[in-house]
Design a protein around this ligand. Structure first.
Ligand SMILES: Nc1ncnc2c1ncn2[C@@H]1O[C@H](COP(=O)(O)OP(=O)(O)OP(=O)(O)O)[C@@H](O)[C@H]1O
Length: 960
């Protein structure tokens, strides 16, 4: 959505101390008129008036024609025009071209030519296009000083470098060589700029000035040095007509996590794209100039200013626009933007080619205030529709070579209605806020607002000397004034010296997932774990890469929008990733939320609804992670991405004699729709698994998404919180819950229905987003498509029960007491029955029985009458002993005590792990036989394509 500035910002001069109560909205700014500096025409003598009149008339004539080219800017107010200057530059362009290019002349032309050539040498042949570009800028965007100054600076640097290079090429003449000598080289500018360096070393001069010339191109094209590779690649791809490669895409993707489509991140317009824009623009009634002007000038701000858009039309029955809207509309119309008081009358697909072609993204520009202008500045709105369909990919599935898998068509997720830029409701809130500030004598003003789908963020700027607290203390009064209890104050807006007041829109909009996935940022990368999150308060699409989170906690009260978010996430994955790329484990204890996905081939196991089974599945994920880690370590890789890349490149080979076929690992996404249910059945086990997974799984390509409607400390424990760095908080029922999720208040003020605070890893301030919405029909269509291509092949071992704990019959119900007794005896190293009686508050018979059990487990020696028994286990071995008594199968290699009483030889856990690993599931380093695998439930024939073992490859997929 657009950001627009209201006319209400006070200049420091206007503020004049805290007592000023002048309503700022009514302040008439000084018009920014070039004429105000000049003497009134009436005071000039008539011949001068005549010349000025003719000059200006001619300027307006040519300026008018140039403004009509491309996006029509012909209604630029008179006082903003600089047609006189534009005329000067255009005359300079054609004047210099007549003698420099076309060799025409006469005495005047020859004199002027001498001046130019004496000054710039033969570099003066470059002057006509520079003047021409500049004249177009001055005619079309005289007020855009940032761009105009940058272009002027770029041309100046280029001229200096060009003249210096010409100086070297011309043999480094000096003034003594006279006009002939220096005009045949770089002119006077060349002598001054390049003479000294060229006299030291011509080669050095060529290197230095070539670099300066290159720098001038960077200035002209507004290209930061770090963007050069991306720009070059863009040019290459455009020339070759290729899409970005997967590697590049993910490479780019490394750099962002939460990706708001800021103007600075807009893709560059390439010439080919500009050409496409031109063709599309002609369809849309836009003409040539816009399409070529920006690549030539190459600035992001140009692109944002020249957003072509669907031509608006007025529908019958529409309300009359307000005066503010009309003013804003006028400016927008000049910029070729859709106007606020009109409605889009263009179908989604009509708008797409244009926006795609020029690489526009839906982005909100920061609001700005022009102290000399009273007009409400409407900044470019995002395009009515996202730019292009999600690129279709068909993949040859690697795990079953003969299956070709096509990702779902973009059409499965229809476009939503265009977002609104500003409505009358926004204007009345601005008025209410301004009134409130005035009533309480706060020297501050509403300087603009940016409208998001659910809330609008109004920006308030303070006069110097006014405390921020003066505004924040007014929160209740503001709520009262705007008749909303859900007012959230941001002080300051991150990255801005302004206070943000977020107020719900009376007319909310739904953000549909299709639009988010078709946004430029989502399409910029093919990374399979990228999901559509929603839209932020400035109307920018937010996408996030789940692989970079690397784990996400989703929390919010019931009905706040968690499940809808989880649905959007899953559908994003189904839309973008093949089952080879991403596999999922879904845990849905509520049994209703995720049933729609039952049977999709991305699932590794049927949807788990039993909390106990879910806890076991998490343990499987831990084992899976360990297996992957071992594999990475054995092959010398640090991250699964590197491993996969190497496998795809064919540079990873199984050890001699192994039948293993090397295949990339898919990402594994584990989604738990209600963590509380799991924590109720097995809090310790679930927490342990989650902590282990979250601490390590990132490199193994395993990512957790934990959703809960009970973000209390017993569900989201400190340990879980510490290890799940990214958070998505939907409306919570209390500020305490908000603190549990975000470590700060705020979520309790959210509005529900998808309104959320998104805090990706590494950010300190959450971003408010309206979550993307996907309907049941859309989900069904996508799921049907996916299931229609492949059947799910489940891995048996995920849902299989973890190795059973063997509790000896003779312990019976006394396990807890026995464990306590063991702990007591081992820590005190005192085997006394009466101590057990006292400490455990049990009778003599029970204490004696416990002591017998301890003897049978080798913890204490035999009875020696009334003497205390010998304690055979050292305190260091207590943990293993307890595990053995509990019957844990994986108790650190089985050290400690074995039933039967004989202490076993202690086994180093690391040695045990290595032994396990060496014989594990990958088929290298040993000749595995089916029995080995069968007898080893944790060792899965996982990536091994060896069908001789009777079963199908666990990852293989069957086509229909
Ligand atoms: N992103 C969204 N856009 C629009 N409406 C939404 C969005 N998310 C949720 N809603 C609305 O809110 C309702 C509840 O959402 P949802 O079922 O996702 O909540 P929940 O937090 O999962 O609740 P529960 O915990 O009870 O399942 C939805 O039926 C829908 O009407």
């Amino acid at each position: 959505m657009a950001t627009r500035s209201s006319p209400a910002r006070p200049s420091s001069g206007q503020r004049g101390g805290g007592s000023s109560r002048t309503p700022r909205t009514t302040k008439t700014p000084v018009p920014r008129s070039k004429n105000s500096a000049a003497p009134p025409e009436g005071q000039l003598v008539w011949p001068v008036r005549l010349v000025v009149g003719i000059w200006q008339g001619l300027g307006h004539l040519i300026g008018g024609a140039i403004r009509r080219m491309g996006t029509d800017k012909s209604d630029m107010p008179l006082d903003e025009r600089r047609d006189g200057a534009g005329l000067l530059f255009i005359l300079l362009a054609f004047g210099t071209a007549t003698f420099e290019w076309w060799g025409l002349g006469g005495p005047v032309a020859t004199a002027v030519q001498s001046v130019f050539e004496g000054t710039f040498g033969w570099f003066s042949v470059m002057l006509p296009p520079m003047f021409l570009v500049f004249s177009v800028l001055v005619f079309r965007q005289p007020g855009n000083m940032a761009t105009n100054n940058r272009v002027a600076l770029g041309f100046s640097i280029m001229t200096l470098a060009g003249c210096a290079l010409a100086q070297v090429a011309g043999g480094n003449p000096n003034i003594a060589d006279g006009f002939e000598g220096i005009s045949a080289a770089g002119g006077m500018v060349g002598v001054v700029a390049g003479g000294v360096v060229a006299s030291v070393s011509p080669v050095l001069a060529i290197v230095v000035y070539s670099l300066v010339a290159f720098a001038s191109i960077l200035v002209l094209t507004n290209t930061p040095v770090r963007h050069i590779p991306a720009r070059l690649q863009g040019i290459y791809e455009t020339l070759m007509g290729t899409a970005p490669s997967r590697e590049t895409a993910s490479g780019h993707d490394q750099s962002y996590l939460y990706d708001h489509e800021e103007p600075a991140k807009k893709p560059r317009r390439s010439r080919a794209k500009a050409k496409a824009a031109l063709e599309a623009a002609e369809d849309e009634g836009l003409a040539l100039t816009e399409a070529f002007a920006t690549p030539l000038i190459g600035s992001d701000d140009d692109a944002s200013q020249e957003t072509p858009s669907a031509a608006p039309s007025v529908r019958p029955g529409m309300r009359r626009p307000t005066r503010d809207e009309l003013r804003a509309d006028k400016i927008k119309a000049r910029q070729g933007l859709p106007t606020t008081s009109e409605v889009y009358d263009v179908q989604a697909h009509d708008a797409e080619p244009v926006t795609e072609a020029i690489g526009m993204v839906a982005a909100a520009e920061p609001s700005f205030f022009d102290g000399n202008s009273a007009a409400t500045q409407a900044m470019p709105a995002p395009p009515a529709m996202p730019p292009a369909p999600i690129p279709a990919r068909s993949e040859q599935l690697q795990l079953s070579g003969d299956v070709t898998y096509t990702l779902p068509e973009s059409d499965y997720l229809p476009a939503g209605p265009p977002g609104k830029d500003a409505t009358a409701a926004n204007d009345s809130v601005v008025a209410a806020l301004t009134d409130t500030l005035q009533q309480f004598n706060v020297d501050a003003a509403v300087t603009g607002f940016s409208r998001g789908p659910t809330v609008t963020r109004y920006e308030i700027e303070l006069a110097p000397g006014t405390k921020v607290e003066r505004v924040t203390a007014l929160s209740k009064n503001i709520s009262y004034a705007v008749a909303s209890s859900d007012v959230r104050i941001l002080s300051p807006i991150p990255g801005k010296s302004a206070i943000g007041i977020e107020i719900p829109n009376a007319d909310k909009e739904v953000v549909v997932l299709g639009d988010v996935l078709r946004s430029a940022n989502a399409r910029r990368t093919e990374h399979p774990m990228v999901m559509g999150v929603g839209k932020d308060v400035e109307g920018g699409f937010v996408v996030a890469n789940l692989a970079k989170m690397p784990h996400l906690l989703v929390a919010g009260a019931t009905g706040a929008g968690k499940s809808s978010f989880v649905n959007s996430m899953i559908v994003s994955i189904l839309m973008r990733a093949t089952p080879d790329e991403v596999r999922m484990v879904m845990v849905d204890p509520k049994r209703v939320e995720l049933t729609a996905y039952e049977g999709v081939p991305h699932l590794i196991t049927p949807i788990i609804t039993n909390p106990k089974k879910a806890a076991e599945a998490l343990q499987w994920v831990v084992r899976e992670m360990d297996t992957r880690y071992d594999d990475l370590a054995n092959f010398g890789f640090k991250h699964i991405d590197e491993f996969n890349k190497a496998v795809k490149a064919g540079s990873v080979h199984p050890p001699e004699g192994s039948k293993r076929v090397m295949r990339p690992y898919p990402y594994l996404l584990v989604i738990v729709d209600e963590l509380a249910d799991l924590m109720m059945v097995a809090p310790r086990d679930v927490e342990d698994s989650i902590v282990r997974i979250t601490q390590l799984a990132r490199a193994a390509g395993i990512h957790l998404v934990l959703a809960t409607q009970r973000p209390s400390v017993d569900v989201v424990t400190g340990l879980i919180k510490a290890n799940v760095p990214s958070r998505m908080a939907f409306a919570t029922s209390s500020v305490t819950d908000s603190r549990v999720v975000l470590d700060q208040p705020g979520a309790e003020k959210l509005l529900g229905q998808g309104d959320a605070l998104f805090l990706p890893m590494g950010k300190s301030k959450p971003v408010r987003v309206q979550g993307a919405w996907v309907t049941e029909a859309e989900i069904k269509a996508v799921v049907d498509h996916v299931k229609g291509q492949l059947q799910a092949t489940y891995r048996e071992d995920v849902a299989a029960e973890a190795p059973k704990k063997v509790i000896e019959d003779d312990i019976g119900d006394d396990l807890d007491l026995l464990l306590q007794a063991t702990e007591l005896v081992v820590t005190t190293q005192f085997g006394s029955t009466s101590m057990l009686q006292r400490k455990l508050r049990v009778g003599f018979a029970k204490a004696g029985r416990l002591m017998d059990l301890l003897e049978s487990r080798g913890v204490v020696g035999p009875s020696e009458g009334s003497k205390a028994r010998d304690v055979l286990v050292k305190p260091d071995d207590l943990a293993e002993t307890l595990a053995a008594i509990r019957g844990d199968g994986d108790a650190g290699g089985g050290a400690g005590v074995v039933p039967g009483g004989e202490p076993a030889a202690p086994v180093d856990p690391m040695t045990a792990a290595l032994a396990e690993n060496a014989n594990a599931n990958h088929g290298w380093g040993g000749d595995l036989v089916a029995d080995d695998l069968a007898s080893r439930p944790q060792a899965v024939d996982y990536n091994d394509g060896d069908d001789e073992e009777g079963g199908e490859d666990a990852w293989s997929l069957t086509g229909r």
